[in-house]
Design a protein around this ligand. Structure first.
Ligand SMILES: Cc1cc2nc3c(=O)[nH]c(=O)nc-3n(C[C@H](O)[C@H](O)[C@H](O)COP(=O)(O)OP(=O)(O)OC[C@H]3O[C@@H](n4cnc5c(N)ncnc54)[C@H](O)[C@@H]3O)c2cc1C
Length: 398
């Protein structure tokens, strides 16, 4: 049966979740229009972690190989103490994770992942991707939505069957269209840099490093198929700005880490320039769906990146959304089903990220106790504690 304009699903945002959802819907022959505010999808950002749960979805969409070509499968996460400069634990990834979960644990530049998704979306039937198109507002009736967009040509109104807000942490669909509480600044800032791998000591080129210290931690890993190195310092500080790429004061950042072990300081000193990003989060418990409006990814459940699942959860959401829409032509029912499938899991991950925030930034005797517990458990058992997260798989079949 030919599709009508009323069947069109609008997705606000061609980020990680929005593009994945568009591809998953296109695989189910659903027409999708993706409305993206940015004039071009430039490779802004730095590294992302993609755990096996997300890779299973990408595999189902036929994108695993393209993602692997741009990514690295780190052999382990080396958890390091900022107090002693010594390892606390080594959590095995590499072949261990792949065997345990049936898919690899990868690290990748956000720009590379977005490009893979963009190529797939452009090659997919039924996806109309419109750049330079900002969703300003929307209204719904019993059988349709009307979306107000702003383009270079002015304001336009589009009619379709549903609007999915995949427009990220500062989602306008969440704030304006659905009138929900917006994400709040968390009092944490991420300082990010990507540098050529040649500058990095060989010992750190194939693993993920996680340095735990009082009120700060540092994460680093290779990206860009091993050609580049991503380093992020996450610190407790009360700076607030809605931007992914504010230039940071590198000297002030290095001064903040002056008492940290030399090995970590040397890594932090490698980039000439950092960009900073004020981290935001949301409280669990808000509905993501209202009739023909729904939220996905950070727009639904923005979380601190301390469980490394922001991208993973948006990819899982995208899969669940497409499956729910595939089950019925009644879009409000499909969206309600999508939320029912996803909310508990996404909010469990959000809580994990908050708990990691407390644990990673401990000081004094608490930090000592944390290190003793982690050492006692050892890497294999630390990994096993995350089986519920990494061991998730999409349902069998369509
Ligand atoms: C530019 C950028 C850089 C990032 N860099 C990193 C990083 O280095 N490391 C990391 O861990 N996470 C990064 N993130 C966040 C990360 O992508 C998300 O946490 C995760 O992937 C889940 O994203 P999402 O799919 O919910 O939305 P996102 O991937 O954040 O995408 C949201 C999209 O919506 C678009 N948009 C926003 N408002 C509107 C509107 N009103 N109308 C239409 N489109 C709109 C945005 O331009 C963006 O393309 C970045 C996000 C962005 C947008």
């Amino acid at each position: 049966m030919a599709s009508t304009p009323q069947d069109t699903l609008f997705i606000a945002g061609a980020g990680i979740g929005g593009l994945t959802a568009a591809i998953a819907l296109s695989r189910r022959a659903r027409p999708v229009t993706v409305l993206e505010a940015a004039p071009a999808l430039d490779p802004i950002g730095s590294g992302l972690q993609l755990s096996p749960n997300a890779i299973h979805v990408l595999r189902g969409l036929g994108l695993e190989e393209a993602v692997r070509r741009q990514a690295v499968a780190p052999e382990a996460i080396r958890v390091m103490s900022a107090r002693t400069g010594k390892p606390i634990a080594e959590i095995p990834l590499g072949q261990t994770a792949e065997t345990r979960y049936g898919a690899p644990y990868l690290v990748i530049h956000r720009g590379d992942l977005q490009q893979v998704l963009l190529n797939a979306a452009r090659a997919s039937a039924g996806i109309d991707l419109r750049l330079c198109t900002r969703v300003r507002d929307a209204r719904q009736s019993a059988d349709a939505v009307q979306v107000e967009v702003e383009t270079d040509a002015g304001i336009d109104h589009l009619s379709g069957g549903a609007l999915i807000g995949a427009d990220g942490v500062w989602s306008n669909v969440r704030r304006r269209v659905m009138d929900l509480r917006q994400a709040v600044f968390s009092g944490r800032t991420a300082y990010r840099a990507v540098i050529p791998i040649e500058a990095v000591p060989a010992a750190w080129r194939e693993a993920t490093g996680l340095w735990l210290g009082p009120r700060a931690h540092v994460v680093h890993y290779p990206v860009s198929a091993g050609r580049e190195f991503n380093i992020v310092a996450l610190v407790a500080e009360d700076w607030q700005e809605e931007s992914w790429s504010t230039p940071a004061d590198t000297a002030a950042l290095l001064a903040r880490f002056a008492s940290w072990p030399a090995e970590c300081r040397d890594l932090l000193a490698l980039p000439n320039r950092y960009l900073k990003w004020a981290l935001c989060g949301m409280d669990p418990g808000t509905s993501w769906v209202n009739g023909r409006f729904a939220l996905l990814g950070d727009a639904a459940h923005a979380m601190l990146p301390f469980a490394a699942q922001g991208a993973g959860m948006s990819i899982e959401d995208a899969d669940a959304l497409a499956r729910a829409i595939d089950t019925t032509d009644h879009l409000p029912n499909a969206l309600a089903r999508y939320q029912a499938t996803r909310q508990d899991r996404a909010e469990s991950v959000l809580r994990l990220a908050r708990s990691n925030d407390r644990v990673y930034h401990m000081a004094g005797p608490l930090a000592l106790a944390r290190d003793t517990v982690m050492k006692g458990l050892g890497g294999e058992r630390l990994l096993a504690r995350l089986d519920w997260l990494y061991g998730w798989r999409p349902p069998e079949g369509r």
